[in-house]
Design a protein. Structure first.
Length: 95
């Protein structure tokens, strides 16, 4: 299992694969998630890694980050954090 620091570094590096606009949106998304101290930082980074993988795939098909996040990245982040807190990693496939 990767450490939190390794996941953070990986997430930051992978986000560079996004176009400039999408990267800025995702960086803001990362800030929302990382700022929520009610979730374990390691779990937050796993969630971000999972989300980033899907966002990169979506961007590869022509979808923009705002579309991916349903035009409200902060609301999307809150929804994912809530699911993570309710169901944890065992039922949420972030690993």
């Amino acid at each position: 299992m990767k450490s939190t620091a390794q996941l953070t570094k990986e997430n930051n590096a992978k986000s560079l694969r996004l176009n400039n606009t999408d990267r800025e949106i995702f960086e803001n998304y990362m800030t929302y998630v990382r700022a929520d101290l009610s979730v374990n930082p390691h779990d937050s980074e796993l969630m971000l890694n999972h989300t980033l993988k899907h966002l990169i795939r979506a961007e590869d098909t022509g979808m923009l980050a705002m579309e991916f996040f349903d035009h409200d990245p902060k609301a999307h982040a809150k929804k994912e954090i809530k699911a993570l807190k309710l169901y944890g990693l065992k039922t949420h496939p972030y690993e």
